[in-house]
Design a protein around this ligand. Sequence first.
Ligand SMILES: *Cc1c(COP(=O)(O)O)cnc(C)c1O
Length: 448
Amino acid sequence: MSIKEYAKEMIEMDPVFQDIADQKETLWINGAHLPFNLVDGVCQLVVSDDDIADAEKRLHRFAPYIKKCFPETAEDEGLIESPLRDISEMQQALINTYDAEIPGRLLLKMDSHLPIAGSVKARGGIYEVLKHAEDLALDAGMITEEDNYERFADDDFKEFFGKYTVQVGSTGNLGLSIGIMSAFLGFKVKVHMSADARQWKKDMLRSKGVEVIEYDDDYSKAVQEGRRLSDLDPSSYFVDDEYSLPLFLGYAVAAQRLKGQLEEMDIEVDIDHPLIVYIPCGVGGAPGGVCYGLKRVFGDDVHVFFCEPTLFPSVLIGIASAKYEESNVADFGLSGMSAADGLACASPSGLVTRLCGNLVSGDFTVRDAILFDYMRMLKETEDVFIEPSSCAAFTGPVSLMKFEDGRDYLELWGLDESAMANATQICWATGGRLVPDDIWDKYMNTYL
Ligand SMILES: *Cc1c(COP(=O)(O)O)cnc(C)c1O
């Protein structure tokens, strides 16, 4: 495949882009990452603290409904939240196996086990569906914001939503989250799935009455076609992973909640106790929203790195080239299928690459094969199962200090030995709970 002119120029200027084209694991440090106070004002024009607080309030309004319909959320009173867990055994195993330097404390944010959708998509995806349902119900005068939202479970609401369609393009997990929640509320649902999507995710959706449309093409095409078909139907709403603000807000809410969890664990975050977060990244929606929320809450005390497959470093390329959604991994000669199905996006979100372009610290690329090794290691050391895509996060703590650019980054931001000894490093586990047992067995025996 031919490499585009702009990509050739980038490769000539910086060897990291040669690694990208060669499908080598690498770390790209974002040269446009700025101190938070320089970016804060401009960012707030697009997504403000009030917007995020408003999203959190909406989720609270829906909490009685969620609690009623999904008893697994009862413990959190109908809020869709996941545990933050110490994984010191895994930390030690990573250090020993990969001869890695991982200072401080290593934690796992278990969005892999979020209720309802079993992935990080339970944040943004479910939030956007709930917001759409609320907008329709408010417009129709069926409810006021002061009412008890348990009423959304009533038959007249289901009948009402049955007149409307929700559509989404997905590599799998977003489809699951939008599909499950929309079908539950009574919407007709169509999920447009890319070729990378797993069969069991399609089967699960169909079993819930969702129409699954399969494409023999990549994720961008599935989104494009879904958007086009939805736009032809006035009663259809398209959840647009490449541009959606509601999705972004649903993800961003995670940050305040994480802050509460860190406080509960007596973990300090300040200039002497840095927080370093690694998030698997596909089109950028989920990691972008979480990153944005974290920067708003912790400012320069948090350092957020995305982790992408060597075949699909779409967000990395989108930000580094400043071509945003116009860029494509094919421009660097990359093509093929990834075992990290949840991350297989060729072009990034225009919204996220712009909004996070000055906020994200950098981006790791990771080979498919090692994801399965990390997955087995986490199962053995902590008895936790997360899906292969999720395991991309472990490349962060393992590799950060191996790359010269990583060590330079730490020095530039004043993260010396003593600060790093006090660091909290978080791997964001993004999916896994809904994976069927026979698929787990297959994953456990996959050696690439
Ligand atoms: C969707 C997904 C991601 C990344 O989210 P994007 O919004 O596509 O960047 C990461 N891990 C898993 C398991 C996912 O399903």
